[in-house]
Design a protein around this ligand. Structure first.
Ligand SMILES: CC(C)(COP(=O)(O)OP(=O)(O)OC[C@H]1O[C@@H](n2cnc3c(N)ncnc32)[C@H](O)[C@@H]1OP(=O)(O)O)[C@@H](O)C(=O)NCCC(=O)NCCS
Length: 149
């Protein structure tokens, strides 16, 4: 993802996360730290941005910062392709564990993460602005036989 991608990315961000969309400034701040601690990607279909995802890596840990696919392009494998690329980047950086937070009321995303070997490790009550809990998940990369992806 580059700054030139921000208008298209922000359109998806605002429509996909109506309750807690990032501001364009927040997204730009993430790009400003590429490639040092951040790895942000976009997914293209016929030249159009239909999704994006970002990883933050520090030391031997990393976090999935965000991942979204535009409404008309979901359930076609694009989210999986992007999550696979984030995990590949985490491996390239020597990461031992990748963490993420997901809304308790978002079973589709939780299902995708489980398919990639993420396991729930705790709940942050009232994490989101509307009072929804966050489920914390981790995928270890330094152990054999820990799921697929
Ligand atoms: C979550 C999201 C990124 C997944 O991307 P996607 O391209 O739709 O996902 P994929 O097509 O790669 O699906 C991967 C798996 O996720 C699960 N999944 C995805 N959408 C699902 C749905 N609507 N219902 C149930 N499971 C779903 C399934 O296990 C699916 O595998 P399958 O299709 O073989 O059953 C996408 O739905 C999205 O952008 N949602 C809104 C934003 C969001 O919630 N982001 C995550 C915040 S933590």
């Amino acid at each position: 993802m580059t700054r030139a991608d921000l208008p298209a990315v922000m359109r998806i961000e605002r429509s996909t996360f109506p309750l807690d969309a990032w501001s364009e400034g927040m997204m730009r701040g993430e790009l400003d730290d590429q490639p040092r601690t951040r790895h942000y990607i976009v997914a293209l279909v016929e030249g159009e941005i239909v999704g994006y995802a970002g990883l933050a890596a520090a030391g031997d840990q990393a976090d999935v910062q965000t991942i979204a696919v535009s409404a008309g392009n979901q359930r076609a494998g694009i989210g999986s392709a992007m999550l696979g690329e984030l995990l590949a980047e985490a491996v390239r950086r020597g990461t031992a564990a990748v963490f993420l937070e997901v809304r308790a009321d978002n079973p589709p995303a939780q299902a995708m993460y489980r398919r990639f070997g993420f396991r729930p490790i705790g709940v942050r009550a009232d994490y989101y602005d509307d009072g929804t809990d966050a489920i914390m998940m981790v995928r270890r990369l330094d152990e054999e036989g820990d799921g697929n992806g």
